[in-house]
Write a protein that binds this ligand. Structure first.
Ligand code: AMP
Ligand code: ZN
Length: 466
C-alpha cells in the first residue's frame, strides 16, 4: 500500500510497525456546534483509509472528542469554543458538549463511517495531559507566563518537520503580529491555561501550576500515546492541522518520549464553497441535515466525496450533488439487476473475479485513489468481463470499502410534471397520432420554452428537464 506522507512530502510504501495491529489516530470534532459537510469529508476520507487498511491488517483506530480547550484563535487567545457555545445557547458547557457529540455521531453513522475502536473525550483524560506537561517541564521545554504554561518551540530541533523550514519562517511572521509580550517565540503555544481571574469557567481542573484547563494540542498527544503507544503508524486530519496543531503535537510528543511520534502523516484536502471557505466559526456552513432537508440521502454525499481524490480540493455545489445522487441510484439499479440475474442463471466463479477485486484494491491502495476505484466499479458492472454472479461478488467486495449500500432497492420518486407540461405532452401525443407533424413540432417548441426537452422513442414521448 502506498500513502502520501505529509512529512516526507511524497508517496511512500506503507510498512506498519506491527502487522498484527496497525495503529491510527484521527483528530475528532470540537463539539461546540454542528459539524459541517466539510468536516464530514475528512471523516469519510479517514473511513476509506481505515477500510482499505482492514483489507490487509487488523486496525486500532482512535479518535478524540475535543470537549474543552480549543480556543477561538490559534495564537492561544480568545475564548474556549465550548464556553462560547454555552453562552450562545444558554446551556452549560457540559450539555453543549454532550448534545453536539450525539449529533456528530448521528451524521458519522449516517455517512457509514466506521466507529473508531476507541473514542476518547478530552475532559476524561485531564490527568494524562497534566502528566505529559509535567514531563515536558522536567525536560526543560516549558516556561510560565501570567496566563499559562507554554511550550518553548525554539528548544525543539524538529519543529519544522511538517511544514519545512521556509514555510515555518512565513508562519512565524504571521504569528508575530498576534504574539503576546510574554511569549518567547511566535510559534510557542499553551500547554496549560490558567482560568481567568475575573470570570468563572465552567470547565476547569486543579493542576501543579494552578486551576485551569489543557491546551488543545496537548489533548491529542496525551490521548494518542495513551491508547496507541509512543510511536503511531498513521495520524490523520484535515489539511488545516498541518501547520499548527500537528506540528505542535510532534513537538510535545517527541520532546517527551525522545521517540518518533508518527510514521505516516496523512491529511485530507478541504471541501470548499464557491464563495470560499466553509467554516463553523464564520457561520457559513452546510450540515448533513441541510442536505437531508433538501431530500438528499447522506450516502449521496458520500458518493460525491468518493469522486474526488482526498488530496484535491472539492468544490461543493448542488449540481454535483445531484449528479452524484443520479450516479449512485443508477449504480444501485445495476447491482440489483445483477443480483436478480445471478439468481436466475447459474454463473461459474472464475479467476476473473479475483483479478477485478485485485484491480479495485490496487486502486485504493494507491494512496486511496477512490475515483479510480469507482471507475473500475462502473467498468465492471457495465462490461461483459464478469458474469452476473461474479459481478455480485465483486460489488459486495467493493461495497465493503466504498460503503454505498449498493444493493439497496431504490424507490425513485419521479418528480410530477407541471400540469401545463402534461397538457402539452398530451396534445403532442394526439397531434402525432393524427400525423399532424407541424403541430407536433410547434408543441415541441412550446415544451422547450417551458423548460422541457422531448424525445420520441418506441415507448412514446420521453421528457427531460433542460
Ligand atoms: P474541527 O471540529 O473544527 O476540529 O474539525 C474536524 C475535522 O474537520 C478536522 O480534521 C479538520 O481538519 C476538518 N475540516 C475542517 N474544515 C474542513 C473543510 N472545509 N473540509 C474538510 N475538512 C475540514
Ligand atoms: Zn488533534
Amino acid at each position: 500500500m502506498q500513502l502520501y506522507n505529509s512529512e516526507s512530502r511524497q508517496k511512500v510504501e506503507f510498512a506498519p510497525l506491527n502487522s498484527a495491529q496497525v495503529t491510527m489516530y484521527c483528530c475528532g470534532p470540537t463539539v461546540y456546534n454542528f459539524a459541517h459537510i466539510g468536516n464530514m469529508r475528512t471523516y469519510i476520507f479517514e473511513d476509506l483509509l481505515g477500510r482499505t487498511i482492514r483489507l490487509r491488517y487488523p486496525l486500532k483506530h482512535v479518535m478524540n472528542v475535543t470537549d474543552v480547550g480549543h480556543l477561538v484563535s490559534d495564537a492561544d487567545d480568545g475564548e474556549d469554543k465550548m464556553e462560547l457555545g454555552a453562552a450562545r445557547e444558554g446551556k452549560s458547557a457540559w450539555d453543549i458538549a454532550k448534545f453536539y457529540e450525539t449529533k456528530f455521531f448521528e451524521d458519522y453513522d449516517a455517512l457509514h463511517c466506521t466507529r473508531p475502536t476507541v473514542i476518547s473525550r478530552a475532559t476524561e483524560h485531564i490527568q494524562e495531559m497534566i502528566a505529559l506537561v509535567k514531563t515536558l517541564e522536567e525536560k526543560g521545554f516549558t516556561y510560565r507566563t501570567s496566563d499559562g504554561i507554554y511550550y518553548d518551540t525554539s528548544k525543539f530541533a524538529r519543529y519544522d518537520a511538517l511544514v519545512g523550514r521556509s514555510r515555518l519562517e512565513g508562519l512565524k511572521g504571521g504569528a508575530r503580529v498576534e504574539m503576546s509580550d510574554e511569549k518567547k517565540n511566535p510559534t510557542d503555544f499553551a500547554l496549560w491555561k490558567f482560568s481567568p481571574k475575573d470570570k468563572q469557567r465552567q470547565m476547569e481542573w486543579d493542576s501543579p501550576w494552578g486551576v485551569g484547563f489543557p491546551g488543545w494540542h496537548v489533548e491529542c498527544s496525551a490521548m494518542a500515546m495513551k491508547y496507541l503507544g509512543n510511536t503511531i503508524d498513521i495520524h490523520c486530519g484535515g489539511i488545516d492541522h498541518v501547520s499548527v496543531h500537528h506540528t505542535n503535537e510532534i513537538a510535545q510528543s517527541e520532546a517527551a518520549t525522545g521517540q518518533k511520534y508518527v510514521n505516516y502523516w496523512v491529511h485530507g484536502e478541504f471541501l470548499v464553497l464557491r464563495a470560499g471557505k466553509m467554516s463553523k466559526s464564520g457561520g457559513t456552513f452546510v450540515t448533513l441535515q441541510t442536505l437531508r432537508d433538501k431530500g438528499y440521502d447522506p450516502l449521496d454525499y458520500r458518493y460525491l466525496c468518493l469522486t474526488a481524490h482526498y488530496r484535491t480540493q472539492l468544490e461543493f455545489t448542488y449540481e454535483s450533488l445531484d449528479s452524484a445522487r443520479k450516479s449512485l441510484q443508477t449504480l444501485r439499479k445495476e447491482a440489483v439487476k445483477a443480483a436478480e440475474t445471478a439468481q436466475r442463471q447459474q454463473g461459474l466463479i472464475t479467476d476473473r473475479l479475483n483479478e477485478t477485486k485485485n484491480k479495485f484494491q490496487a486502486a485504493m491502495e494507491d494512496d486511496l485513489n477512490a475515483p479510480k476505484a469507482l471507475a473500475i466499479v462502473w467498468e465492471t458492472v457495465r462490461g461483459a468481463e464478469l458474469n452476473a454472479a461474479e459481478k455480485v461478488e465483486f460489488l459486495k467486495f467493493a461495497d465493503g470499502v466504498l460503503s454505498l449500500d449498493l444493493f439497496r432497492v431504490e424507490e425513485i420518486k419521479e418528480e410530477a410534471l407541471p400540469a401545463e407540461v402534461e397538457e402539452l405532452l398530451q396534445a403532442r401525443a394526439a397531434a402525432r397520432a393524427a400525423k399532424d407533424y407541424k403541430k407536433s413540432d410547434e408543441l415541441r417548441d412550446a415544451l422547450r420554452a417551458a423548460g422541457y426537452a422531448v424525445k420520441d422513442t418506441p415507448q412514446g414521448q420521453q421528457v427531460e428537464k433542460i
